[in-house]
Design a protein around this ligand. Structure first.
Ligand SMILES: [Zn+2]
Length: 279
């Protein structure tokens, strides 16, 4: 039960996260395995980009997100560069407003969630958080060349800006009053799928198709053989399936409806989620 609850928590964060570290079980053996793995391979590094660089990328990407979604930003979200301990504070403060998030630290390993985050949209403080110190270890783990650093940053910012635009149009926080897990998965798949659908097109317009492939590797993490510990490997396989459902199943769902009715239908689906029992 606890495993299931934590999986649900993690996918409601409106993030762009390395698949294998966004969700975690609390069984002691798994907890230890993840801690050891993080300490060995996922140490936070010096930031891969600065606040100024992120701002300038946002200025480049905002018109593309607006063009593709057919919506204008009424207000550009503030961009905050944070490290892991700072994002943990944000997660804790969100948990006081969101009943789907754990109310005590004993329920979740925030450190491991923070280890997998590339970006996060704060649905209560309306801030776009970026974690440039997580980019080098995650890229290193997947063998992604450092030449992809800047284009990857553009995709992360495009993804999180899409969540900001969704929030402006739909108010993301209201969906989090739902506690039925099937509904929560459907909401997550719809909103994450839309964000992937948009960052994908931003990447194509920018001509960074190879970076899109690198990001899809990071998000899917389809190679559980990379984990030496068999317990960790088995857990990652299960988590990968969930991530595939949320990010790629969601993207296909959005793409299907886009082909049928364009952006008008997409925004109708996004805004009517709360009223639909069967999505
Ligand atoms: Zn997202």
């Amino acid at each position: 039960m606890k495993l299931r609850r934590i999986a649900i928590i993690a996918i409601l964060l409106f993030v762009l996260a390395f698949a294998s570290f966004s969700t975690l079980g609390q069984e002691p053996f798994l907890f230890r395995a993840v801690q050891e793995f993080n300490a060995a391979f996922m140490r936070e590094s010096v930031p891969a980009f600065t606040a100024e660089e992120a701002q300038s990328i946002a200025l480049e990407v905002i018109p593309l997100v607006e063009q593709i979604t057919g919506k204008k930003f009424k207000q550009i979200p503030e961009i905050a560069i944070v490290n892991r301990s700072q994002v943990i504070s944000v997660l804790r403060s969100e948990s006081t407003s969101d009943k789907n998030l754990p109310q005590s630290d004993g329920d979740v390993d925030y450190t491991s969630i923070a280890t997998g985050l590339l970006g996060m949209y704060g649905k209560y403080d309306k801030t776009l958080y970026l974690l440039p110190g997580n980019l080098p270890p995650i890229m290193g783990f997947f063998g992604t060349s450092i030449l992809h650093t800047e284009p990857l940053t553009k995709l992360v910012i495009a993804h999180e800006l899409t969540h900001a635009l969704q929030d402006q149009e739909v108010d993301l926080a209201r969906f989090l009053t739902v506690t039925n897990s099937d509904k929560l998965h459907a909401f997550s798949a719809t909103f994450e799928g839309h964000a992937v659908f948009i960052h994908d097109q931003v990447g194509r317009i920018l001509g960074i198709d190879e970076t899109l492939i690198e990001l899809s590797k990071i998000l899917s993490s389809k190679e559980p053989t990379m984990y030496e510990n068999p317990l960790l490997r088995r857990d990652r396989m299960a988590q990968n399936k969930l991530h595939d459902l949320i990010y790629w199943g969601g993207r296909d769902f959005i793409d299907y409806h886009f082909q049928r009715g364009g952006n008008a239908l997409l925004w109708e689906i996004l805004s009517n989620q709360i009223g639909r029992a069967h999505v």
